[in-house]
Design a protein around this ligand. Structure first.
Ligand code: ZN
Ligand code: ZN
Length: 266
């Protein structure tokens, strides 16, 4: 009985989320994209800079005498080109939820790739967390795109095949202006005190990373966290958040290993 209807539906076909053209062949895992749009995704398969995950040469990370880096490495799913900028804007500023779903799914792939690269098959992240929005931005937007992406990353299988714990650990005291046009010194000054730990952050983290006998999961004396944001530009936001996360770990008597994962690398 259902067969003719089914045939009719597949003949009608759905339209590509990004370009609006008819989808003739479905891409596994990305049914809302046409082959051409999917093929144009600039995945970063092999980063040129092994510190910040940039796909092109990177002067920032090789500079000596800069600020201490509070995260181990950053990796990003895609290069931030014009079409990726558009996809993110559709979700972030227009609230187009279907894009949010696609972007979040792309994070799952990035986590797997990061895990393989680092040889983290056995030992994995204790929890996933994300860069918070300021309250004003939250009120304006109604959602935090970084949280959505973190949720996608957390779905990558953790220990025992379960998804990773997703923890809200940070708060943002104020919104900062676009950082990319500022000098390195100005950026750092601008970030001071912007991020803080939520009052119950250490309890929340302890609940997933500290065992009943007081030892820390599988990473010896370290708690390993995955910090998620939408775009890595200068790294100053990630670094400021990582510093606060390190402090939370220290409070628990552990050292913090903060890994950063962003959806895009500019
Ligand atoms: Zn398309
Ligand atoms: Zn770099």
């Amino acid at each position: 009985m259902l067969k003719p209807i089914h045939r009719l539906l597949s003949q009608t076909g759905s339209l590509c989320l990004a370009c609006g053209s008819k989808i003739s062949a479905q891409i596994p895992g990305y049914p809302e994209l046409c082959l051409s749009c999917y093929s144009s995704i600039p995945w970063i398969m092999q980063p040129r800079c092994l510190v910040c995950g940039r796909h092109v040469g990177c002067p920032d990370c090789s500079r000596t005498g800069g600020t201490p880096r509070c995260f181990v490495i950053n990796r990003s799913s895609v290069a931030y080109n014009a079409s990726m900028r558009q996809w993110l804007a559709q979700y972030k500023y227009r609230g187009h939820e279907a894009y949010g779903e696609v972007l979040a799914r792309m994070m799952g792939r990035a986590v797997e790739q990061m895990k393989n690269e680092l040889g983290l098959q056995k030992t994995f992240f204790d929890a996933v967390t994300f860069v918070p929005l300021s309250e004003a931005r939250w009120v304006e937007r109604g959602f935090n795109q970084a949280e959505k992406l973190a949720r996608g990353a957390a779905l990558a299988r953790g220990r025992n095949g379960r998804s990773l714990p997703l923890l809200n650990l940070l708060t943002r005291t104020r919104h900062t202006d676009k950082q990319s046009f500022k000098s390195r010194h100005e950026r750092l000054k601008n970030m001071q005190g912007v991020f803080q730990a939520l009052p119950d952050a250490s309890e929340r983290l302890a609940a997933v990373a500290v065992r009943s006998d007081g030892t820390f999961s599988e990473h010896g004396e370290a708690i390993r966290l995955l910090l998620v944001d939408d775009v890595y530009t200068t790294g100053s936001t990630i670094n400021a958040c990582a510093a606060v996360l390190q402090n939370i770990c220290t409070e628990l008597g552990a050292s913090g290993e903060i890994y950063s994962l962003t959806w895009a690398r500019s």
